[in-house]
Design a protein around this ligand. Structure first.
Ligand code: NAD
Length: 448
């Protein structure tokens, strides 16, 4: 089938590559010329394991094309995916500027029956909003053409996006029109059959991927409610971790004991410095905003956000407990990305922690295996180092913020000898506490 993907960010690029790999003819469009230039040269503008290889092979197979020219792509393709960003406005409402702009353009370029698929995470009622804008912008010969809107939210996890795209746990299709649903089912058929070569060669391929067919409003809510629930699980266990610290219990044992109950499970029950990224913060805020807008309550959602904000500052409190006044102390921060295996730093906990440490007068040296420059929200006074050992030289404290697997294999004997004071806050409870204590570290985790 002929597919156009608008927006080649984390969602659009992975979606486009996945659609090409399962046999469709895909044009990925972005207005960012730099991104398209990189993609032309076979380079991925984002870091996702395995993505670059798939881009190259599908471009070679001529299933995948990149372009900045939207008009031609809309005219030639039958299914149009909208994958543009919906970042939060200061009041928590998602900014739909890019989505509105794209809808206007789609309207003005339509030249036949098209299925317009919204993959961006959007507030309730956006399917109708897109429909209205497209209708208003149909012009000239376009007025005789028809189109349908589908809500098809994306559930990929950054860092595992390629795997998630090929082996999703569910596909949600929200539409008021059975014709559009049939088009979507046909589009996803190879994914359901799992008979494309990438799946056949993968021992972890899935069988029985469920397709949920629903109305567009329920589909939009499935996405928000899923992310809000995952964020709730993390905030919940962080609150339990804080209780553990007061009563001298161990949150790792508590979580394990709880998680063996299959109704609870252990996933997303890791106590730590809290959630961040481009999705959870904005989606929880947006759902709370929607609740209030429609006269429903958002008590849990608002608490989930509060607990998460508190968790980041709790690390600063722990730092003060360990090294006293922060001013003029050297703090090494391990991890900048909001989670491992991605270069995404949007709303990363590292930014809050580093900015606060700098505000309190510390010298901050940060290291991340992938992020090699200061994110724009981070105070540029932070120094980004080339490795961990450079970051910890003469440091009074290490704060581990992102659980990159390589941090498990660090030479902590060498690290201790380089530091001024062997203090460590393990914001992800990933290191071996007793081993570090044996080495002479003063170790603090979260709830342990
Ligand atoms: P992103 O910022 O990485 O990418 C968005 C892309 O859209 C950018 O490359 C931008 O240049 C492009 N764009 C904006 N306006 C455009 C226009 N008029 N024409 C062409 N291109 C345009 O965003 P993302 O992380 O891929 O997220 C996209 C959407 O998917 C958001 O709503 C997000 O909430 C949702 N989502 C994200 C994830 C994730 O893990 N990142 C997961 C699920 C859902």
């Amino acid at each position: 089938m002929r597919v156009c993907v608008i927006g080649t960010g984390y969602v659009g690029l992975v979606t486009g590559v996945c659609m090409a790999e399962i046999g469709h003819n895909v044009i990925c469009v972005d207005k960012d010329e730099q991104k398209i230039k990189m993609l032309f040269n076979g380079k991925s503008p984002i870091y996702e394991n395995g993505l670059e290889e798939l881009i190259k092979s599908n471009v070679t197979n001529k299933n995948l094309v990149f372009s900045t020219e939207l008009a031609g792509a809309i005219r030639s393709q039958e299914i149009i995916f909208i994958c543009v960003g919906t970042p939060p406005l200061p009041n928590g409402k998602p900014d739909l500027t890019a989505l509105d702009e794209v809808s206007r353009l789609i309207g003005s370029y339509i030249n036949g029956y098209k299925v317009i698929v919204n993959k961006s995470t959007v507030p309730i009622g956006t399917a109708n909003r897109v429909k209205k804008i497209i209708k208003e912008n149909l012009n000239g010969e376009g007025k005789g053409y028809s189109f349908d809107i589908v809500s098809n939210p994306e559930f990929l996890k950054e860092g595992e996006a390629v795997y998630d795209a090929f082996f999703p746990e569910r596909i949600v299709i929200g539409s008021e029109n059975p014709k559009a649903v049939e088009v979507m089912k046909k589009l996803y058929e190879p994914l359901i059959r799992q008979d494309f070569s990438y799946a056949v060669n993968n021992i972890n391929r899935k069988s029985d991927i469920p397709i949920i067919i629903t109305d567009s409003t329920s589909s939009e809510l499935i996405k928000y409610a899923s992310n809000a629930f995952l964020a709730t699980k993390i905030s919940f266990i962080n609150e339990v971790a804080n209780i553990c610290e007061r009563v001298e219990a161990n949150v790792l044992d508590v979580t394990y004991g709880m998680g063996l109950d299959s109704r609870i499970g252990t996933k997303f029950m890791r106590a730590g410095i809290g959630w961040g990224g481009s999705c959870f913060p904005k989606d929880v805020r947006a759902l709370a905003f929607t609740a209030e807008e429609y006269g429903a309550s958002a008590n849990i959602l608002n608490s989930v956000i509060l607990v998460n904000n508190y968790q980041r500052y709790k690390v600063i409190q722990k730092a003060m407990d360990m090294i006293g006044i922060i001013e003029d102390k050297i703090v090494a921060v391990l991890g900048i990305a909001f989670k491992p295996n991605t270069d995404d730093t949007r709303e990363a906990p590292s930014i809050t922690v580093i900015n606060k440490l700098l505000e309190l007068g510390a010298e901050v040296r940060a290291y991340d295996p992938i992020v090699k420059s200061c994110p724009k929200e981070m105070d540029p006074k932070a120094t980004i180092t080339k490795d961990v050992y450079e970051a910890v030289k003469n440091a009074n404290l290490i704060v581990l913020v992102t659980e990159w697997p390589e941090f498990l294999n660090l030479d902590f004997g060498r690290i201790k000898s380089l530091m001024k004071m062997p203090n460590i806050i393990d914001g992800r409870n990933m290191l071996n506490k007793s081993k570090l204590q044996e080495l002479g570290f003063n170790y603090k985790g979260i709830g342990i």
